[in-house]
Write a protein that binds this ligand. Structure first.
Ligand code: SF4
Length: 303
């Protein structure tokens, strides 16, 4: 193992677990990150331009590190106990994660996300959304099941074309493997949302749409322009514009394909198909509809 490899997984003790959130995630009360950084290293990832990467990167490029937030589960237990003592546990809506993938490879060894799930089973929030693109989550279906209807698996599937996946996100799990995980999640009775985010080049609205109808109880679609939180400015600072030129894929800003797919799904799924921010926050807004007061939701931090 090289020195860089050791440094790329140096644990960073967690000083806290839950971060008040807002902005793109308005409606969720908190986000939870079990790692800092992400070894999936997607070309379009907006986190590479964020303060999280600038502050914590330790001299490493985006995609080259995943620092385990050591002790995050213990912090989470303490914080949930405080919410419980104030009678606020049932008002928490938590998104895990917004600036890392909680089931990237390091999770196999560190099990930080699994430990956090075990804490949630003991002290359940109103809503927990697990956002990942990794089949490793299959390991934890038992804990997701234990959380019941309050827990949603939101799995990223930006395209049905593996050549497109390989071009922009070569370190991510294959499309076929993710489809297999989504099918297993449905078979296990989990609540499943598919996030076509950002929508990349796909085969055809009918074939990709049919697949999505089969895989998810809900589907959220967005584009670089609508989904990066800054109208495409964050994406413009990544390698995506150059990659689209190199690959001959046309204008990276074009939204027509994403909009067509969304319209196709909306016709068949109604409100279970969502667009961009409204689609992602739909579950949290439903939770707010219960009329329970939300604690500490004032920050626009994406962390
Ligand atoms: S998996 Fe998510 S957090 Fe990780 S690099 Fe890709 S977009 Fe960013």
């Amino acid at each position: 193992m090289t020195t860089a490899a050791v440094e790329s997984h140096t644990p960073r003790p967690a000083s806290s677990a839950l971060h008040p959130t807002g902005g793109f995630l308005t409606g969720f009360t908190h986000s939870l990150q079990t790692y800092i950084g992400c070894r999936f290293g997607c070309a379009y990832c907006y986190v590479q331009g964020s303060h999280v990467h600038r502050f914590f990167n330790g001299g490493l490029a985006w995609g080259d590190y995943a620092f385990p937030r050591q002790g995050v589960a213990e912090r989470l237990a303490q914080e949930l106990a405080r919410f419980e003592s104030k009678g606020q546990l049932g008002s928490l809506a938590i998104f895990c994660s917004s600036s890392t993938d909680p089931y990237q490879g390091a999770e196999r060894e560190w099990q930080l996300t699994r430990r956090c799930l075990a804490v949630f089973v003991e002290s359940p929030p109103a809503l927990l959304v697990i956002q990942t693109r990794s089949p490793l989550i299959e390991r934890d279906f038992d804990l997701l099941s234990a959380l019941g209807e309050r827990c949603w698996l939101s799995m990223t599937l930006e395209t049905d074309r593996d050549d497109v996946r390989q071009a922009l996100t070569p370190h991510c799990p294959s499309i076929a493997r993710r489809v297999q995980t989504l099918r297993a999640a449905r078979a296990a009775g989990l609540k499943v949302q598919v996030a076509v985010s950002p929508c990349l080049l796909y085969s055809a609205a009918e074939s990709f749409g049919d697949l999505l109808l089969d895989l998810g109880e809900r589907v959220v679609v967005d584009s670089y322009l609508s989904g990066d939180g800054q109208g495409g400015k964050r994406t413009a600072r990544t390698t995506i514009p150059a990659e689209y030129v190199r690959l001959g894929w046309g204008a990276w800003q074009a939204e027509e394909a994403a909009r067509s797919l969304y319209a196709w799904l909306r016709e068949r799924m109604g409100e279970s198909a969502g667009w961009s921010q409204a689609g992602f926050t739909h579950l949290a807004r439903l939770n707010q509809g219960t009329g329970v007061a939300h604690p500490g939701n004032q920050s626009t931090s994406q962390q």
